[in-house]
Design a protein around this ligand. Structure first.
Ligand SMILES: C[S@@+](CC[C@H](N)C(=O)[O-])C[C@H]1O[C@@H](n2cnc3c(N)ncnc32)[C@H](O)[C@@H]1O
Length: 214
């Protein structure tokens, strides 16, 4: 086992022992493969473009993208060792095109202006406020001048039901981390860092789809 200390973070399903069930849980809530396929469509990526998934978790998005974009280089960044191990299994056979890093979004192990498209699904509500901002600064740094970033995560609730569900979810995933999303800080931080931002789809189960262009 790697003796290096693991980066402090909230695991995919909040608790370490739940990571093996993460994919089943996300499928149950409608946040699994179907959502990732939808996000891939929204990206309008060209085959051959380099794509970075920040908070790539168990690698579901990367696995789907690797099939749809057989000439693209894919990179995943996540601090969670168990999730990375599951992702590695899922990505067996496409290792030559996919690189996974055990790292934090606030310090991306990626060169300046080297990424065409960055994506992040359901990861930002796991990050403390300052880390959210640092992560967005890092994404801005690594994107090419005409690059884009699609940020898919919980945002300002648009219905009473989503307000209640998000309130309950906050006890699991770190109250203030989620709270900041619900206050609507993500589009504000994106603009602060220099992105132009638009919502490219209607919110889905509390999740907002933000397109940020450099
Ligand atoms: C709810 S999961 C989402 C995983 C995947 N993107 C998906 O949509 O299924 C949140 C992920 O964010 C990761 N995460 C937590 N802190 C992080 C950080 N500082 N930098 C990058 N990822 C982080 C967790 O390890 C976890 O895999």
């Amino acid at each position: 086992m790697d003796k290096q200390k693991q980066i402090q973070h909230i695991p995919p399903a909040a608790f370490n022992f739940m990571t093996n069930y993460y994919d089943t849980i996300t499928e149950m809530f409608g946040f699994g493969k179907k959502l990732k396929r939808r996000v891939l469509e929204m990206l309008e990526a060209k085959d051959g473009e380099t794509i970075l998934d920040v908070g790539s978790g168990t690698g579901t998005f990367l696995a789907i993208a690797s099939k749809a974009l057989p000439h693209s280089k894919l990179i995943g960044v996540d601090p969670d060792r168990k999730a990375l191990a599951i992702a590695r299994e899922k990505l067996a056979g496409v290792e030559s095109r996919v690189t996974l890093y055990e790292a934090s979004a606030e310090e991306l192990p990626v060169a300046d202006k080297s990424i065409d498209i960055c994506v992040s699904t359901l990861a930002f509500h796991h990050l403390p406020r300052l880390v959210k901002l640092k992560a967005i600064q890092e994404i801005h740094r690594v994107l090419k001048p005409d690059g884009k970033f699609i940020l898919v995560d919980f945002g300002k609730p648009v219905s009473f039901l989503s307000r209640i569900l998000l309130f309950v979810g906050g006890f699991i995933d770190g109250r203030d981390n989620l709270q900041a999303n619900l206050e609507g800080v993500l589009p504000i931080y994106l603009q602060q860092v220099g992105f132009s931002v638009s919502e490219i789809a209607k919110p889905y189960r509390g999740i907002h789809f933000l397109m940020a262009n450099k």
